[in-house]
Design a protein around this ligand. Structure first.
Ligand SMILES: Cc1ncc(COP(=O)(O)O)c(C=O)c1O
Length: 408
């Protein structure tokens, strides 16, 4: 077999080839390694693998060729054309998880301890919000949730409280599409020695690379655009401190047991190959749909980062290649109009989740953010008439026709 030796310079080439290793049976794609354990030629070899003296797979919870390929691919995409502080190509370690929430749990538990505080933005995915507000406090870790778009306020809070150890960002945020300035906040956080982590699920590395701005960790729900077809739940945690990632964080990941599996990793690997072409089409469709919704008389507000009317338009333009495929909009008729509209859809899918080829619509107040109290939801802009839309890659005219008839 010939080694692929030419340097790959394009994002799509890496998305297709990075992480792949040839296999002895000459299969084009890495097979699904449905094996819970790996064989040693002799006892000594097992010992060498455990001590780290020899590379090799040991046990399925610790990794497999299927999970390794997906991990290396996403690491290549998040670090694509990004330099480290010394001016060398950035090297990342990715750890695949069973879900985005599992990746977030590893991130939080391996970096925070009792007495620490985490500072975050007030518009987060509902599950992330519940995790930091309900699961962390009994462990002695307090969450401070504010509007991080106010940089002066963020600076005052960081300065006033040395118990804050982590700045946790999600941008764009679910479902209001609020954006925080990754670069400005990371510069601030580093003045106070905070660890900075960013949920990059909505953007994907094709649209936004938080490591460019000096963050320490990126995490994804790979369930979404990275998989792209809605075939598997998954998550990934990426970090640039390789020693810590290969040491403490790997240990915590293995012990918490939130590992992925070979089949889901295979589906993710296949999905990531088409990330660039899918994202281009997703974003193109989303822009047309946002423009249509913005002029529609039944709609009072459209949250889309490609519209000048979005308050975070400039922040998104600064740090994202395109404004993304997610949008949300408010029906003038409130909850009743929202329900009626959703029920009338014929091609677009009524479902939570996002990032699939198919267009998905949901009602955040009663679905993804059901557990967030109403007064908090409304403060975050999640009203009863708000609909969230993950714009798919169908023919845009068909999406428009479906929306048009459902809004009638
Ligand atoms: C922005 C964001 N982060 C994290 C998650 C959690 O990911 P998962 O459902 O894969 O655990 C989600 C799920 O919707 C999400 O939208």
């Amino acid at each position: 077999m010939s080694d692929k030796k030419i340097p790959l310079t394009g994002f799509s080439s890496l998305a297709i080839h990075a992480g792949h290793t040839d296999n002895s049976n000459y299969a084009h794609l890495t097979p699904i390694y449905a094996s819970s354990t790996y064989v040693f030629d002799e006892a000594e070899q097992g010992m060498r693998r455990f001590s780290g003296e020899e590379k090799g797979y040991i046990y399925g919870r610790w990794g497999s060729p299927s999970t390794a390929e997906a991990e290396e691919k996403i690491a290549a995409l998040e670090s694509f054309a990004v330099m480290d502080e010394a001016g060398n190509a950035l090297k990342l370690k990715a750890i695949l998880h069973a879900s985005g929430m599992a990746a977030l749990s590893t991130l939080l538990i391996s970096n925070l301890k009792s007495g620490d505080k985490i500072l975050t933005h007030f518009s987060l995915y509902g599950g992330s919000q519940e995790l930091v507000e309900k699961v962390l406090p009994p462990l002695g870790i307090e969450a401070i949730i504010v509007d991080l778009r106010d940089l002066n306020k963020a600076a005052d809070i960081m300065k006033a409280d040395d118990k804050i150890k982590m700045l946790y960002l999600e941008t764009p945020a679910n479902p209001t599409l609020q954006c925080v300035d990754i670069e400005a906040l990371t510069i601030l956080a580093k003045q106070y020695n905070l660890t900075v982590a960013c949920d990059n699920t909505f953007a994907t590395p094709y649209l936004q690379q938080p490591f460019k701005y000096g963050v320490d960790y990126v995490f994804h729900s790979t369930t979404k655009f990275l998989n792209g077809h809605g075939t598997a739940i998954g998550g990934v945690l990426l970090g640039k401190d390789l020693q810590k990632m290969n040491g403490h964080i790997t240990k915590v990941h293995r012990l918490l047991g939130g590992n992925s599996n070979p089949f889901d990793a295979f589906l993710l690997t296949i999905g990531m190959k088409t990330l660039e072409v899918r994202m281009e089409r997703h974003c193109h469709n989303a822009m047309e749909i946002a423009a249509f919704l913005e002029q529609h008389p039944a709609i009072s507000k459209v949250n889309y980062l490609g519209l000048h009317s979005h308050p975070d338009y400039y922040t998104a333009a600064k740090q994202m290649r395109h404004p993304g495929a997610m949008l949300s909009f408010e029906m003038k008729g409130g909850l009743e109009a929202a329900k009626k509209f959703i029920d009338k859809l014929q091609m677009c899918i009524r479902a939570v989740s996002l990032g699939t080829c198919d267009t998905l619509l949901c009602h955040p107040a009663s679905m993804t953010h059901f557990s967030v109290p109403k007064e908090k939801r409304e403060l975050y802009g999640i009203t009863d008439g708000l609909i969230r839309m993950s714009v798919g890659i169908e023919n845009v005219q068909d999406i428009l026709t479906d929306l048009e008839q459902a809004l009638r």
